[in-house]
Ligand binder design. Sequence first.
Ligand code: KG4
Ligand code: ZN
Length: 332
Amino acid sequence: MILLAIESSCDETSAAVMVNGELMSNVISTQLIHTQWGGVVPELASREHQKAIIPVVEEALHKANISKNQLNAIAFTRGPGLLGALLVGTSFAKSLALSLNIPLIEVNHMQAHVLAHFIEEPKPKFPFICLTVSGGHTQLVWVKSALEMEIIGETLDDAVGEAFDKTAKLIGLPYPGGPLIDKLAKEGNPLKFAFPMGEIQGLNYSFSGIKTSILYFLQRETKNNPNFIEENKADICASVQHTLIEILLKKAKRAMREMNCKQIAIAGGVSANSGLRNRLQEMGSKEDWDVFIPAFSYCTDNAGMIAMAGHFKGLAKEYCGQDVSPMPRMEI
Ligand code: KG4
Ligand code: ZN
């Protein structure tokens, strides 16, 4: 099966080619236009996708040394994501599939983040737990098979990626601030400032409370010392990151116990965070878990993971029709 995959759910336009489950190319064009606005502007994202989609697809085909006439199917992100952004990828995929007379495969972006673990070795065995952490989602997923997943815990308000990005904004870092917090945190003391962890029942999360407490903390401290943020930037980043990681891993540990599971994976943009990767490895050795951490290139949004999900669906002959439309709030 020679598959072209397209991702356009947020601010990355990406295309990938996969041949019989092997990823041959994975081209990602990141939209830089949003930095000046401090967050993703949906209308601008759609326009950038329109500009990038053809060159990105052409480059992916070229790198894989595949011509479009060799393709057997086209996979695309149907949701969740921004409606206008999803429309670009969906319409492109539908048109190309129609013109080549080949089947279409709709992919759930959050399932694809989990399935990114099957692009390269080592691959987890089913069932396992995946902590999926991105700019829009924070989920504990019980992964029964490639196509059968169940959310056993999730955030009731903000995603953890938002908590990273909003904290970054408060201390004057540009969007997206998650990677910059990660970088600065390496120089800081994670125990310098304490923030409340909050207590949410069961396996669910909440990150809106911590965001507010960081805001009040910074307002209070800068009232006493206007240079507080500048003088303590690395320690603030390290302390906030430490708190967010502890919140994430406390529930992950509980989920592992409740499901009597010994394999854990992380996925999504925030799984690129070095603190989270290290702490999870540490916890895994202590608890005797097999820990699966994706390569950096498959953490943030990319079409390689859409291709992987498309491959599994293609094997199951799960195709969709030309009447398919984007689903901004698509559930796993
Ligand atoms: O999965 P993703 O690329 O897009 C969504 O589907 O949301 O995730 C983007 C999120 C952003 O919030 C970004 O700040 C965060 O992932 N992120 C990080 C790191 N790299 C990306 N957060 C913390 N540390 C990082 N190294
Ligand atoms: Zn994502």
